[in-house]
Design a protein around this ligand. Structure first.
Ligand SMILES: Cc1ncc(COP(=O)(O)O)c(C=O)c1O
Length: 398
């Protein structure tokens, strides 16, 4: 049977592809500390479940293709709260930020077009870009330079006449990079100069640990017609399984094209939209508490990593991930070895090997992404397991 070139060019998700090995390790009686996936253990606010219990319709009907007004209005209100005016027509509800990314790229990219993305990046960017036939043009960042990419000369070095957009996550997955307002302005000016779209993936907006104000590319009115925001309740409210996100833009033509894809997939889950609308009503101090918890976790992981000889990393300013270069020959081999051959008192640990976070072959081989989504005590144990694992792996490899 024939398979498309697109399917063959895409890779499995590095966050999910080792799952069968974890299942086997668990069947063998091991406890696996999961730091491989951005699925937080923070409780979803009760408002979500209350809204589900309060649903008394006789039929779970299709929702409107652009999204249910109760959720669209809640999102517009949330943006008003951070000083950005969006009308309901600027918002399309999607099945997670993932579908918003897919639809946005489908609307603006043709085969052969180029998309600038700082690497390491969120690996699904590559998959969605490849589905359109576009080519990812990476801006390479390194742990040694703190994964810094917001420099005009760097951006200029990758732009060509085929470039259509710049895609970034801010705060960033997997590096935790947080752009300053000046850097965002520079990127907006760069996009204007080269007539590019800005796909601003801001699903981690609330997770910044330096006391800075919440920021969004939606603030720059002069580029409003080229900004596409990607947003989601998954991380914001620890509601990953709700699968509710949105694509936001003031560009009417873009939204008209995007609506065609929303109509083709009919609608987003009705009950999850209702329950997600209720999430936007959480108390004002909700984010303060969650932010403090993640900051504690970030500090725990970072200080533990610094104590492991040979590890190179930089302190992430936001999101809930850290990239780290390990003193091992191959992080993927090391990951499999940890699951199949290693244990300490019945425990082992799992993360995401780094190479799939890069478009450039050969990069990221000894890097890993750690998602600091467990409680502090579990994180400490997981980091100790990582240190023990590195030592034992390198000993048996000599
Ligand atoms: C940077 C980034 N964007 C988008 C997503 C998509 O999330 P969801 O589809 O759950 O909204 C994720 C999920 O991990 C992510 O890390």
């Amino acid at each position: 049977m024939n398979f498309s070139q697109v399917a063959q060019a895409c890779q499995e998700s590095p966050m999910r592809k080792y799952h069968p090995y974890a299942v086997k390790a668990k069947e063998a009686g091991k406890k696996v500390y999961h730091l491989n996936i951005g699925q937080p253990d923070i409780a979803t606010p009760p408002a979500f479940f209350d809204a589900v219990k309060g649903f008394h319709e006789e039929v779970v009907a299709y929702a409107a293709s652009p999204g249910m007004p109760v959720l669209v209005d809640a999102i517009c209100n949330y943006y008003k709260g951070i000083g950005i005016d969006y009308a309901p027509a600027n918002v399309l509800i999607t099945t997670g930020g993932s579908e918003a990314l897919h639809i946005a790229m489908t609307c603006i990219l043709d085969p052969g077009d180029e998309l600038i993305v700082p690497q390491p990046y969120y690996p699904n960017y590559f998959t969605f870009a490849r589905q359109t036939g576009a080519v990812v043009k990476p801006i390479t960042t390194t742990p040694e330079n703190g994964y810094h990419y917001a420099e005009e000369a760097l951006l200029e070095s990758v732009v060509t006449d085929k470039t259509r957009a710049i895609l970034l996550s801010n705060p960033g997955n997997p590096c935790g990079t947080v752009l300053t307002k000046d850097e965002m302005r520079m990127i907006a000016d760069f996009a204007k100069k080269h007539d590019l779209w800005i796909i601003a993936d801001e699903v981690y907006r609330e997770f910044v640990y330096g006391g800075e104000d919440l920021m969004s590319f939606g603030e720059f009115e002069d580029v409003a017609d080229r900004v596409i925001l990607i947003d989601s309740v998954s991380k914001r409210f620890s509601a990953c399984g709700a699968r509710i996100g949105c694509m936001i833009s003031k560009n009417k033509e873009l939204m008209a094209h995007a609506l065609k894809f929303c109509q083709a997939r009919l609608s987003v889950a009705t009950l999850d939209q209702i329950a997600s609308a209720a999430l936007y009503g959480v108390d004002a101090d909700y984010f303060e508490k969650v932010r403090a918890e993640y900051k504690l976790r970030r500090d725990t992981v970072y200080s533990k990593l610094q104590q492991i000889p040979g590890v190179v990393c930089s302190c992430p300013g936001g999101a809930f991930y850290i990239m780290a270069k390990l003193p091992v020959d191959d992080a993927e081999k090391f990951q499999l070895w940890l699951l199949e051959n290693f244990e300490d008192n019945g425990d082992t640990v799992m993360f995401s090997p780094g190479k799939c976070f890069y478009a450039t072959p050969g990069m990221g081989l000894s890097e890993i992404r750690i998602a600091y989504i467990l409680k502090q005590k579990d994180l400490e144990r997981a980091m100790d397991l990582l240190a023990l694992g590195i030592e034992a792996y390198n000993k048996q490899n000599q």
